[in-house]
Design a protein around this ligand. Structure first.
Ligand code: BGC
Length: 344
């Protein structure tokens, strides 16, 4: 079990300071997400709402829907040399008439090769949008989305790119993010409080993604016909416990512990559109993030973490605002920390 001492590096401090003062910042944290201009306040475009889970009803506060998506307009499309058509804030909304709009069409070769996780090109194929279509959930958490010339329109507006980019599905691409937490404890098992905030410190299981090298929640895509609750458990098992390759005896123990934890009342932290740099005018990311908490520290906390599948490394990481994370994951953890009255 590895405990990570958080690196309070210059980037984290700068980001925190700018976020606190509500200022936008520009950074480039990985090779696949270059030149992404973003502000923490822009990462989400959700209204304040009550979020209910199967077992408990808890409140999560989402920032206002007024801010236009930002990462979805990053100048260069991830993993490519494609430059997006620049979309100013006041032209993001489709309701703004803009005859000069001339987006670049781009669908990555990996998607065009027709892997099982991707749709074919429209023309030869006519998906049924806003419904569950042959096991593929094409409904959006945002409500019904529009179509134009047989293609779905991003509910958060223009992105400067048409086609699917790196995303397999036309319309919403559904993911699930399991946030597994425990309290940080000392040698005697007592909770450790943060020296400044004086609040107890939470730890969560974090993976280092192989694709971009960023630390992230071990989430992944929902398979056709799969229940989100299963995706949460499967992705966690594959990426943080390497369940795909562990010996059968160990696999059974892992399965038993994980099933117990994932059956416990989870806190649904977020459900909706994600401002992800892979988004296009016709394909976008949506996710459900759920927190599973090991209060006593003797459930999943005792399992040996081992990186697998899309994860290069895996560790328990202290939950702290200065730790930079992939996509919108930092915001999810902030909501978890607030809910559990932990240090942020
Ligand atoms: C990742 C999730 C992430 C989602 C939206 C997925 O590819 O696995 O962790 O929340 O994209 O950015």
């Amino acid at each position: 079990m590895v405990h990570v001492l958080l690196r309070r590096d210059w980037f984290g401090r700068l980001r925190l300071a700018l976020t606190l003062f509500g200022l936008p910042y520009t950074f480039c944290t990985s090779r696949v997400r270059p030149a992404v201009a973003c502000s923490a306040s822009y990462l989400f475009s959700q209204t304040i709402r009550s979020i209910s889970t199967g077992c408990c009803n808890l409140q999560a506060t989402m920032p206002s829907s007024a801010a236009p998506h930002v990462k979805s307009r990053c100048p260069q499309y991830p993993g490519s040399k494609i430059k997006r058509f620049a979309v100013p804030d006041d032209k993001v909304d489709w309701s703004q008439n803009w005859p000069q709009y001339c987006p670049v069409s781009y669908t990555d070769q990996a998607v065009l090769k027709k892997p099982v996780w991707a749709d074919p090109e429209i023309g030869s194929f006519s998906p049924k949008f806003n419904t569950v279509d042959g096991g593929v959930d094409r409904t959006s958490f945002e409500g019904p989305y529009k179509e134009e010339k047989g293609k779905p329109l991003n509910p958060h507006g223009r992105t400067g790119v048409t086609g699917r980019g790196l995303l397999g599905r036309w319309g919403p691409n559904h993911a699930a993010d399991p946030i597994v937490t425990r309290w940080k404890v000392d040698a005697k098992g007592a909770k450790v409080n943060h020296s400044v905030s004086k609040q107890p410190i939470l730890q969560f299981v974090s993976i280092k993604r192989k694709d971009c090298g960023e630390w992230a929640i071990p989430g992944g895509m929902v398979d056709p016909g799969e229940q989100v609750s299963l995706t949460l458990q499967r992705e966690f098992s594959e990426e943080a416990l390497n369940s795909l390759v562990v010996p059968p005896a160990q696999r059974a123990k892992i399965h038993e512990r994980i099933t117990k934890l994932f059956k416990s009342p989870g806190f649904q932290v977020f459900k909706g559109y994600v401002d992800d740099p892979r988004n296009t005018d016709n394909a976008w990311m949506e996710t459900v993030a759920v927190n599973f908490h090991d209060e006593s520290g003797n459930s999943v906390s005792e399992l040996p973490l081992q990186a697998g599948d899309d994860a290069g490394q895996v560790q328990w990481v202290d939950v702290d605002s200065s730790f930079p994370l992939y996509a919108s994951h930092s915001h999810f953890l902030e909501l978890v920390a607030k809910e559990r009255k932990a240090h942020w």
